[in-house]
Design a protein around this ligand. Structure first.
Ligand code: AHR
Length: 361
């Protein structure tokens, strides 16, 4: 937008100069003076007071996490904070996100922020953004591109680490409770999304390492409805499931409904242990009750983090290519105090009413 205003002011200046040239005579100096004045004030406005325009290509509205993420972005990129936000909900379709980015380029936004549905398929459109000189920040999920200069920075979770934390917690819990055989139903996120790739890798590695059985594996597309549908069908096919590894809270809500409808129970003393990711308010409440036995945090409040990156770019600073955020592990009870991954110890938080009350999303 700043770019557009500067161009518009330049056009006005040029027209004024042309008119001055054509008119001649006594009025020329005052018109020339006016033109200079408006150019000066235009420059000042565009660098000091003008809104920074941000085009945000959001995945969709598939989960509570996503809703909290959209709210965080909208709250941060407000006019009161000096931004104009163009928000696009892609309804979980990559082609919609590609169209949105092309629209942002046409509108000459100052920055493009992309939460990509899946990691691949971005080279062409991000090259178009680069050719238009518009910096692209990826948030929440990553892009897998052949040329890293197609995006300036990534800010969000480390999904492989999230998966590792959940699995190390499960290993320690199973040992503490003498559960010798784990038959795991795995409800995956949207296939090809960073959150799915990392969390799935974490589970598959741990299953191999610890001899766990993944008896069923299918996508729940990060939604409650699909999580329920997939769980129903898994329960019909396998009667030995004692763990469900859901790749987000909404899938867990659906899976728990399906488990209860099938006449089985969840929780520390039930038939099935449910693990999840996100820790949204409803998810953390179910962790306090044990219905979700362990919930690994994926923090959605990215608005201020992206704004900080934009402000650094405005100040001419270099950005870190990858900025992972700190995230916790939350569990029912205190059976597992911490987990260690690659030599780093991560504390596990027992979910109490205080923890639930302190949840911001
Ligand atoms: O990319 C983050 C994931 O996407 C969250 O775990 C999930 O809830 C969301 O839909």
């Amino acid at each position: 937008m700043k770019r557009k205003i500067v161009s518009a002011l330049l056009c006005v200046s040029m027209i004024a100069v042309m008119l001055t040239g054509c008119g001649g005579g006594s009025s020329s100096s005052s018109e020339g003076g006016d033109t200079e004045q408006s150019e000066e004030s235009g420059d000042g406005d565009s660098s000091d007071g003008e809104l920074i325009t941000v085009g945000f290509a959001q995945v969709g509205a598939e989960s509570d996490w996503r809703t909290a993420n959209s709210e965080s972005m909208k709250e941060t990129f407000s006019e009161a904070n000096g931004y104009e936000l163009i928000f696009d909900d892609a309804q979980q379709k990559q082609e919609n996100q590609i169209t949105a980015i092309r629209n942002f380029i046409q509108q000459e936004v100052d920055y493009i922020v992309l939460a990509p549905v899946t990691e691949t398929g971005w080279d062409t459109v991000l090259q178009e953004a680069k050719d238009a000189d518009i910096p692209v920040i990826t948030v929440d999920r990553m892009v897998d591109v052949s040329d890293d200069s197609l995006f300036v920075s990534y800010v969000g979770g480390n999904f492989k680490l999230e998966g590792d934390k959940a699995c190390e917690w499960l290993k320690a819990y199973a040992d503490a409770k003498n559960i010798s055989e784990l038959n795991i139903a795995h409800i995956q996120g949207t296939i090809g999304a960073s959150a799915q790739i990392g969390r799935t890798e974490g589970l598959e590695e741990a299953a191999k390492k610890y001899g766990w059985n993944i008896v069923a594996q299918q996508t729940g597309e990060f939604t409650q409805a699909k999580g329920q549908e997939v769980m129903e069908s898994m329960l019909k096919q396998h009667d030995n499931i004692n763990v469900v590894y859901c790749e987000n809270d909404n899938e867990a809500f659906g899976a728990i409904d399906a488990i209860k409808a099938a006449g089985k129970t969840v929780g520390p003393d039930g038939d099935i242990l449910v693990l999840s990711f996100d820790t949204v308010k409803a998810g953390i409440e179910m962790t306090m009750s044990g219905e979700i036995i362990c919930n690994t945090e994926c923090n959605p409040l990215h608005g201020p983090r992206v704004a900080e990156l934009i402000q650094k770019l405005e100040a001419g600073e270099e950005l870190e290519k990858i900025a992972y955020i700190d995230e916790g592990i939350f569990a029912y009870g205190s059976d597992v105090a911490s987990v260690t991954i690659d030599g780093t110890e991560y504390e596990v938080t027992e979910v109490t009413q205080e923890v639930v009350d302190g949840r911001k999303y």
